[in-house]
Write a protein that binds this ligand. Structure first.
Ligand SMILES: [Zn+2]
Length: 260
C-alpha cells in the first residue's frame, strides 16, 4: 500500500510539474495557461503527446525541439523532478491525509512562485490570490469555521506586516525593498501554515536573502548592493518549503525557553 501510494505521488508530481512548467513560462507574460496547448516557445509548433512526457521526453529529445532544434531549458525537467520529489516527501512526512494532500498543493504553489520570481521578479496574482483562498479552505478542513476565520485573519496580518516593513524601508532608503507580491505571498504562507511558522519563514527568508546579498557584494567588490534586484519572494518560498517539512523542531526548540 505504502509503496503504491508512493509511486502514485511521484506520478502525480510529474504530471503537476509538467503543468507547473506551463504556468511558469506563461503567467509572468500574462498569457492563458489553458489555450493554446503546449507548443515550442521558439517555432510555435504544437508539441505531440509523446514528446510531452515529463523528464523522459526531454532526455529522449536531447533537450531540443523536434521541429526546429531550439534548446529546451534544463529548467523544464528540473521543475518536474522537484515537484515529484516534493509530492513524495509530502506523502512520506504527512501520510495519506488532508495535511499530506494540502502540503503537496502548497509545495506546488511555492515552487512555481519561487521559479517565476527568480526568473522574472514577478509573483503573479494568478498564483498568490487562489493560494490564499486555498489556504483558508485547507485551514477550514482541519479546524472548521474557526480555523478558516483565523487563517483569513493571519493572512491579513501577514500582508499588513510586509506593507509596514515596505513603508518603513521606503522612508529610510527612498526605494522599494519588498513588493506587494511579497505581501500576498506571505499572506498565502500564513493562511496555510499559521502565524508561528509564517514568522519563521519571514525570519529565514530575510537571513538567506541578506547572506546572499553580502556574498554577492564580496564577490563583486565594485558593485553596490542596491544595483542587485533580489527575488526576495523566491527566498520566502524556499524558506516556506523548508519550514513546512522541518520547521517544527526549530519552533519547539525555541519555545522551550518560554515554558517555565
Ligand atoms: Zn521548435
Amino acid at each position: 500500500m505504502t509503496l503504491l501510494v508512493a509511486i502514485f505521488s511521484v506520478l502525480f508530481g510529474l504530471a503537476f510539474g509538467s503543468f507547473l512548467n506551463v504556468c511558469i513560462s506563461r503567467l509572468p507574460k500574462g498569457q492563458s495557461i489553458i489555450r493554446p496547448g503546449s507548443r515550442c516557445p521558439s517555432c510555435s509548433q504544437p508539441i505531440r503527446a509523446r514528446d510531452n512526457l515529463p523528464i523522459l521526453s526531454w532526455i529522449l529529445l536531447g533537450g531540443r525541439c523536434r521541429n526546429c532544434g531550439w534548446s529546451i531549458s534544463l529548467r523544464y525537467p528540473l521543475v518536474e523532478l522537484a515537484t515529484a520529489a516534493l509530492f513524495l516527501l509530502a506523502y512520506l512526512t504527512f501520510g495519506l491525509t488532508v495535511e499530506g494532500a494540502g502540503m503537496a498543493v502548497l509545495c506546488f504553489l511555492l515552487l512555481g512562485l519561487a521559479v517565476m520570481d527568480a526568473d522574472s521578479l514577478l509573483l503573479p496574482n494568478a498564483f498568490t490570490l487562489p493560494g490564499i483562498a486555498l489556504g483558508i479552505v485547507y485551514s477550514g478542513l482541519r479546524g472548521g469555521w474557526r480555523g478558516a476565520m483565523l487563517a483569513a485573519l493571519y493572512a491579513l496580518i501577514a500582508a499588513l506586516l510586509i506593507v509596514i516593513i515596505r513603508g518603513v524601508y521606503w522612508l529610510i532608503r527612498r526605494q522599494e525593498g519588498m513588493g506587494l507580491g511579497d505581501a500576498k505571498l506571505l499572506a498565502m504562507i500564513a493562511a496555510w501554515l499559521g502565524p508561528v511558522q509564517a514568522m519563521l519563514v519571514l525570519y529565514l527568508g530575510v537571513i538567506a536573502a541578506a547572506a546572499l546579498g553580502v556574498l554577492w557584494m564580496v564577490l563583486n567588490k565594485r558593485a553596490r548592493v542596491r544595483t542587485l534586484k533580489t527575488p526576495f519572494g523566491a527566498f520566502l518560498c524556499a524558506a516556506a518549503i523548508y519550514t513546512l517539512f522541518l520547521g517544527r523542531p526549530i519552533i519547539q526548540w525555541y519555545s522551550h525557553f518560554f515554558r517555565h
